[in-house]
Each structure stands twice: as structure tokens, then as C-alpha cells.
Design a protein around this ligand. Structure first.
Ligand code: THU
Length: 139
């Protein structure tokens, strides 16, 4: 892994440490890297009404929009502190949410899916082929 990728994974781990996951006991952290070097992180936030849990990636994307980001997403790291050997991959909803910010800037971010023994690097377009996005609503 390149140095900036290791730093992105480290940022995702730091975010996962802040997760509020008392129900699943499955803390997740996500870190988004933008083309100007900025990193925006998120952690999962669960709720006593279980189905209302917010995923780490979605929290990170919401923070990115609030920070004024509209594209420029080049990489994403996702870590689960309780993940096993199999690297954690973003859930279906998170793939779609990540696609929105990626599509706005015309990028195909590399998603670093972190496991205990390996980091699987997959383009978002591979995780979410034939994605529905902003362009579908044009015209
Ligand atoms: N979770 C995420 O934060 N991101 C994902 O992509 C998969 C799942 C969270 C949701 C819930 O708080 C916990 O992991 C267990 O599903």
C-alpha cells in the first residue's frame, strides 16, 4: 500500500474507535480521501430503535457534503474492528451513497476494504456496477 493509503486506513481505524455500536458491538470506521488531500471520516452510529443505525460510510459522506464537497473523491477506506479475515466491504446502501459524491466529480474511487490479514482494493464501480446516479435524472 502507498503511504497515503496507509494513512487513510489509519484514519478509518481512528474513526472506528469513536463508533457508537452498543447493539451490534461491530464498530466500523470509514475515511474518504479527496483529490486535494483532505480526509473526512465517519463511524457507525446505532440507535435503540435498531433499524435506524447509520453506517460509517454514510456518516462520512454526510460530513463531506456539509463541508462543501461535491466530487473529487479518490479513495475510501473501510474498517471493522471486529471484522475477521474477510475484509469488510461497504453495504449496498453505502455503495449507493458513496456513488453520489463520486459521480458528481466523475471519479471512480478505490475502496480499501480492510481485513485482519489483507486489504482488498476494489474500484467503487466494481462494487456497484451500472450504478444509478445524478446523470440518470438529467433530461
Ligand atoms: N455497518 C457500517 O457502518 N458500514 C457497512 O458498510 C456495513 C455495516 C455497520 C452498521 C451497524 O451499525 C453495524 O455495522 C453492524 O451491521
Amino acid at each position: 500500500m502507498a503511504e497515503h493509503e496507509s494513512a487513510l486506513v489509519a484514519a478509518a481505524y481512528a474513526a472506528a474507535e469513536k463508533a457508537y455500536a452498543p447493539y451490534s458491538n461491530y464498530p466500523v470506521g470509514a475515511a474518504l480521501l479527496f483529490d486535494d488531500g483532505a480526509v473526512i471520516t465517519g463511524c457507525n452510529v446505532e440507535n435503540a430503535s435498531y433499524g435506524l443505525a447509520l453506517c460509517a460510510e454514510t456518516v462520512a459522506v454526510a460530513k463531506a457534503f456539509e463541508a462543501g464537497r461535491r466530487g473529487g473523491l479518490v479513495a475510501v477506506a473501510v474498517v471493522g474492528l471486529k471484522a475477521g479475515d474477510e475484509p469488510i466491504t461497504p453495504c449496498g446502501r453505502c455503495r449507493q451513497v458513496l456513488n453520489e459524491v463520486a459521480a458528481l466529480g466523475g471519479t471512480d474511487p478505490l475502496v480499501l476494504c480492510v481485513g485482519q490479514e489483507q486489504v482488498r482494493q476494489v474500484p467503487l464501480s466494481t462494487l456497484l456496477p451500472h450504478a444509478f446516479g445524478p446523470s440518470n435524472l438529467e433530461g
